[in-house]
Ligand binder design. Structure first.
Ligand code: S3P
Length: 173
């Protein structure tokens, strides 16, 4: 168990918390969305609009399979939809300690904008979309996670500190 993996809904803070944790601990930071964008040489909205969501989901699974072989001593932030597939949940748990960053719908709505960078949130009525997706995904997040950390009312430093405390044995190993 030598990677720390952050999962959770869009806007839960996976990337910001992950970068901070990695910097503090001298670990590498890996963001699955960034890797997909670099490998495909196009943005996430472009991938969704040209090839559709299921193509993107296949890219996510393919990346996780490869990461199982080549990624160690890293903090990994994964896209919000990654834990929905059963195979992905198994791959995530095999990669390391999976931490679910939770947040209430109101917190998420305060953090995300319908700005075009997140195709899953495009369209009418952001609040309804967020509510539905959060409801649909909650059990997948719980099944994938070794540990859940609440982020509501906490800043990035406080969340990172809780994770450090809870995972000390893993990080210092
Ligand atoms: C998605 C979340 C995004 C990105 C893609 C799909 C999702 O990542 O992978 O837009 O389905 O929840 P973030 O959770 O980092 O925003």
């Amino acid at each position: 168990m030598d990677n720390l993996i952050l999962i959770g809904f869009m806007g839960a803070g996976k990337t910001t918390v992950g970068k901070l944790l990695a910097r503090e601990k001298g670990l590498q930071f890996v963001d699955t969305d960034d890797r997909i964008v670099a490998e495909q040489k196009q943005s996430i909205p472009d991938i969704f609009s040209k090839y559709g969501e299921s193509f993107f989901r296949d890219l996510e699974t393919d990346l996780l399979r490869r990461m199982k072989e080549d990624t160690r001593h890293s903090v990994i932030s994964v896209g919000g939809g990654m834990p929905v597939r059963e195979e992905n949940r198994q791959l995530l748990r095999a990669l390391g300690c999976v931490i679910y960053l939770t947040a209430e719908k109101e917190t998420i709505l305060g953090r995300v904008k319908s700005d075009g960078s997140r195709p899953m949130l495009n369209g009418e009525d952001l609040e309804q979309r967020v509510e539905r997706l959060m409801r649909e995904r909650e059990s997948s997040y719980r099944k994938a996670a070794h540990l859940c950390v609440r982020t509501d009312g906490r800043n990035v430093h406080q969340v990172a500190q809780i994770i450090r405390q809870e995972t000390r044995r893993i990080l210092d190993a």
